[in-house]
Design a protein around this ligand. Sequence first.
Ligand code: NAD
Ligand code: MG
Length: 412
Amino acid sequence: MKDTGKIKVYFENSASATAVKSSKQKERILKRIAVFGSTGSIGTQALGVIAANPDNFSVEILTAQNNDELLVQQALQFNPNIVVIGDEKKYLKVKESLASTNVKVFAGEKALEEVAAMNCYDLMLAAIVGFAGLKPTMKAVENGKTIALANKETLVVAGDIMMKKAVEYRAPVIPVDSEHSAIFQCLVGETRNRIEKIILTASGGPFLGRKPNYLVNVKREHALQHPNWKMGAKISIDSATLMNKGLEMIEAKYLFNLNPEQIQVIIHPQSIIHSMVQFEDGSIKAQLGLPDMKLPIQYALAFPQRIGNKLPRFDFRRMNTLTFEEPDIRTFRNLSLAIDALNKGGNLPCVLNAANEIAVYAFLKNRIGFLDMTELIEKTMLHVPFIEKPTLEEYFESDGEARNFAADIIKL
Ligand code: NAD
Ligand code: MG
């Protein structure tokens, strides 16, 4: 069992960053936010939080991959310093649409990293989906910025390197993922105390209780319908296969410096308890609330403060039954593949993630079936050579190799 030493560093970093900000409050009252992935589910909800709290936050950077129209609309509303459109073909259109403003427009993958290395912001909301979020988030860490981390794939791919850099560059990493936000909230004030285990809750997704003979026929539209959360397409599919919970176990390992045995998953279909921490005295702390991503987003943006809001409140009298059950990892084999990657470590989580991104992409394009995703990931994990302590370059190579292999199998 490890202690929570690393967490202490993050809390201290966060507290000192905030102290610096408050001492400079007269000249700079607002926390300046960079929203990477502003047109997505997390990005748009974050802008909702920011719009509701204009005295707390300003928007300095917005980035999007394809959705130029929404990006322009957001830029006109929030008047950032910079926008980045990933798809370079859309640069001129965005530039022309913002010609009457002072907003600087950049385009392309490299620009994301260049902008992340700038000094015009205090906190990056890392809300790009998938491996694409890794490089800009790494740059923001190296830039000593606070990271509000939604992009869990970053930690799945290179969590060891990312968290080492976060300590080295004194960059606080505040989770946005609701489960990790819950754990983080349970750990405030507990930095000297040992964690026995964390209990990650999972809704079970739209196919809870179903067996393979049902899953073999499910289609994308059905898999995209999550019972409790409205999310982007990739994470919705990950939730339906339970890969999301596997990625979250790996995310938790790195965020909270845990051993795999300290991470337990429990199905909790109501999604009211967002996760729990059990300490060495057996006491369990939990964080509860209605399932609404605005809460963990707001918490991460405002940390260490809490700010008020008008979101609906959970009422125990109206929902008086909270239930729990074991995850069915024989049916939802993606979760057992992720547990395997968690236990073996090295480049295996990176390979799992890359194969999963290809599998989800192919499923969303109706190219493969629901259960084929698991088979593709398993084959790729067996194919790519294991590296115990990869460098960052080796992580990139493993990612590329896994993607190419998986794409070849299904002739993408
Ligand atoms: P989404 O698909 O709705 O949005 C993704 C954003 O990233 C968009 O702004 C898009 O333009 C941008 N993007 C996509 N591909 C890109 C690329 N190649 N380069 C640069 N930018 C790119 O996704 P989401 O649901 O908002 O999820 C974002 C991240 O947050 C994911 O890592 C997800 O796992 C995590 N997360 C999401 C939720 C949720 O409720 N949506 C909850 C917890 C964690
Ligand atoms: Mg989550």
